[in-house]
Design a protein around this ligand. Structure first.
Ligand SMILES: NC(=O)c1ccc[n+]([C@@H]2O[C@H](COP(=O)([O-])OP(=O)(O)OC[C@H]3O[C@@H](n4cnc5c(N)ncnc54)[C@H](O)[C@@H]3O)[C@@H](O)[C@H]2O)c1
Length: 347
């Protein structure tokens, strides 16, 4: 049986040839979701490295302000659910990093269809466009949430997938499509599964930004479940791994976990943030509305595959990352992106 290539309605481009006849080297990279928390840190680092960067982002959670002014940066405002748009933006880029997603888990409880359309179908649009336009490397950004709570620790890439939320179901589906497109069509994709990431320009009311906000601004601190444990990586380290995955040869089809291999309880993190913001006496109130219907108890990664095939390791000690994040928040108007958008979501 002859396999029909996936073409849809996008133009099929031929391989770019340089004037000397050899393959053209390109420093053009597309970052979907590049105006978001992790995406904007990635864009900064790519520009520092001399890349020409295009960002595709609908600015639903990201902010234009998080992107630097730079002649080598172009922002296209639009939706990954629009295949024709995705295809036109992918064209001309040899490298793509796909981060665009509805990433806030509580949002997915209320809007499962939208989350599925953006996180899963939007991802298929990106995969198809990468195939049609002969992209040489796609880094697809997944999430540790696809594993659900740890059945063993530390969690390697063989850990069974057991999504606990509609967000992570959609992320897991996108990963499986990415892998299947690699098998069926040789999509040159590397799937990264970051465990939790934190740092400046947080866009969503997750635990660390929320605890910093409340320690700095609120009279008492409202919390949900402080007994869960997560593996937190500072954002600069996460984006270093993404760039290495864009640039390392012969790793197509690999799935790679990113994290520090250290589980931290939320209550320990809160104590550290209270200490660093000098509010150790502030009272803590447990707020039932902040409890998740089905909470992942533990996420902690075995990062040996990332160390081995990317030569990557996290460099920023957790405490230093927390200090830098608090300093950024205070120095930059004490407003995370979700505060600027006026959202009342809670982790
Ligand atoms: N933050 C973490 O700890 C973490 C951990 C694991 C994985 N991830 C993944 O990393 C990626 C980035 O997450 P983040 O924390 O920076 O979140 P974020 O919300 O800041 O970034 C997502 C970006 O995608 C954009 N976007 C959303 N829907 C879109 C659409 N339909 N079309 C185009 N753009 C759209 C948003 O405006 C935003 O700029 C996501 O794929 C997320 O699932 C994040």
């Amino acid at each position: 049986m002859i396999r029909k290539p996936i073409r849809d309605n996008a133009t099929i481009t031929s391989r770019a040839i340089s004037p000397t006849g050899g393959p053209q080297t390109s420093n053009k990279v597309l970052v979907t979701g590049g105006a978001g928390f992790i995406g904007s840190a990635l864009v900064r680092k790519l520009l520092d490295k001399g890349y020409e960067v295009t960002v595709l982002d609908d600015l639903s959670t990201g902010l234009r302000d998080s992107l630097p002014k730079n002649d080598r940066l172009k922002l296209v405002t639009g939706d990954v659910r629009d295949f024709d748009l995705v295809s036109s933006v992918v064209r001309g880029n040899q490298k793509v990093t796909h981060l665009a997603a509805q990433a806030f888990i509580p949002f997915s409880y209320q809007r499962p269809l939208e989350v599925a359309e953006v996180n899963a179908i939007g991802s298929i649009n990106v995969f198809k466009a990468c195939l049609n336009h002969d992209v040489k490397r796609l880094v697809h950004v997944s999430s540790s949430e696809v594993y659900g709570s740890a059945k063993y620790t530390p969690m390697d890439e063989q850990h069974p997938l057991c999504p606990y939320s509609t967000y992570s179901v959609a992320k897991a589906a996108a990963d499986m499509w990415a892998q299947t497109f690699h098998w069926e069509h040789k999509l040159p994709v590397v799937i990264l599964r970051p465990f939790n990431t934190f740092g400046p320009r947080e866009s969503l009311p997750y635990f660390i930004p929320e605890m910093i906000r409340q320690c700095v601004k609120e009279p008492v601190i409202h919390v949900g479940n402080l007994e869960t444990s997560r593996d937190f990586t500072y954002v600069d380290d996460t984006v270093n791994a993404m760039i290495t995955a864009l640039e390392t040869q012969n790793i197509e089809g690999e799935i790679i976990n990113l994290g520090t291999r250290k589980a931290r309880k939320m209550k320990e993190i809160l104590s550290l943030i209270k200490k660093e913001t000098s509010v150790e006496e502030k009272d803590i109130v447990v707020d039932q509305s902040r409890l998740r219907p089905k909470d992942v108890e533990t996420l902690v990664t075995d990062n040996s595959k990332a160390r081995k095939i990317l030569g990557w390791k996290p460099e920023t000690p957790f405490e230093d990352g927390i200090r830098k994040t608090i300093k950024w928040y205070i120095d930059n108007g004490k407003a995370w992106w979700y505060e600027r958008h006026g959202w009342l979501w809670r982790y």
